[in-house]
Write a protein that binds this ligand. Structure first.
Ligand SMILES: [Zn+2]
Length: 323
């Protein structure tokens, strides 16, 4: 199914959003353990992933279950080398290709979860975030008795590298604008702009798959990358078309880049209140910005939802389950 771009990219606020905001005052974790498995895109190593409930203020934490549950927090402080995927490393222990799973978790408003994994790389599955969203659906949400904390941007932070640039700016919601431009007849210039919420992520980005150019396959293989790549987990672009169509969206490439961006922004470690602009960026620039933000505590403040106007707070009823 091919859908068109531009519609519905932004969502207005209204009473329903106020209710969503109120519900999101509290931290969440998964209701139950769920698991999936598959091959890693770059290493080709088969691995099992299990999402496990975690207490409040844990954040998103990977545990290498093949290495005595060694913990690697999903934090910009643990970013390792970054090229065609985002890898985390702590004390020499590596975990690769975290971005699609993190995009699903972060966009879903899940604050705390252990991600147990027995391999060096997160499975690529179909190359999108949709299988991870299904996994989260299966897991369900448990609300915790602790207020959610947000990282609210208070002054601009920018990185520029040649013709690529990225910035984050003050805003009352989590908003992204992602611009890509690849010299290919099916890609060209594509721009995605949206407020990131569970629904908008599910509808607009989750199904967009990773992609590569056919001419890059051999060079990447010789670099030891995409050993697990196949026509089932990546769109392969030929010089003038697609090897394994159909596309899921006409602008699937731009949407996937926005998905990657959100997955990398998860590394700030808390839900974001800020507007992010990414212009021809990629994992390297994304993680550079995250590191810059984390290292400059004058650029943000930590806040909770109860600092919002009282009018919003009294309008909706909070679910009785967690009061
Ligand atoms: Zn990706």
């Amino acid at each position: 199914m091919i859908e068109n771009n531009r519609e519905n990219m932004s969502r207005g606020s209204g009473k329903r959003d106020a209710i969503l905001d109120l519900q999101s005052m509290f931290q969440t974790t998964v209701q139950r353990e769920v698991s999936t498995e598959g091959v890693g895109l770059h290493t080709g190593v088969f691995g099992h992933v299990k999402l496990v409930p975690a207490p409040a203020d844990t954040g998103i934490v990977f545990r290498r279950s093949d290495l005595d549950n060694f913990q690697i927090e999903a934090s910009g402080r643990n970013v390792a080398r970054v090229s065609y995927a985002t890898s985390l490393m702590k004390q020499g222990v590596l975990l690769s290709t975290t971005e699609h799973l993190l995009a699903a978790i972060y966009s879903s408003g899940l604050d705390n979860v252990y991600i147990d994994i027995d391999a060096i790389e997160v499975p690529i599955l179909d190359g999108s975030a949709e299988p991870f969203l299904r996994l989260l659906d299966e897991a369900g949400v448990r609300k915790l008795r602790r207020r959610r904390r947000y990282l609210k941007i208070t002054k601009p932070v920018e990185v520029i590298e040649a013709d690529r640039r990225m910035g984050i700016y003050p805003c009352d919601e989590f908003h992204v604008q992602c611009y890509v431009d690849f010299p290919h007849p099916l890609v060209g210039a594509q721009q995605i702009e949206m407020t990131v919420q569970p629904e908008s992520f599910r509808n607009l980005l989750a199904r967009a798959r990773t992609f590569c150019f056919e001419r890059d396959i051999e060079p990447l293989r010789s670099m030891g990358l995409i050993r697990g790549g196949s026509l089932e987990n990546a769109i392969v672009l030929t010089d003038d078309g697609v090897l394994n169509g159909p596309l899921r969206f006409l602008d699937e490439f731009g949407r996937h880049k926005a998905l990657d961006l959100i997955g990398d922004l998860a590394l700030v470690g808390l839900p974001l209140l800020g507007r992010v602009e990414a212009y021809k960026a990629g994992h390297a620039l994304h993680t550079q910005l995250v590191s810059l933000v984390l290292s400059d505590s004058s650029a943000w403040t930590i806040t909770t939802e109860d600092e919002r106007p009282a009018e919003v707070l009294v309008r909706a009823e909070a679910p009785a389950a967690f009061i």
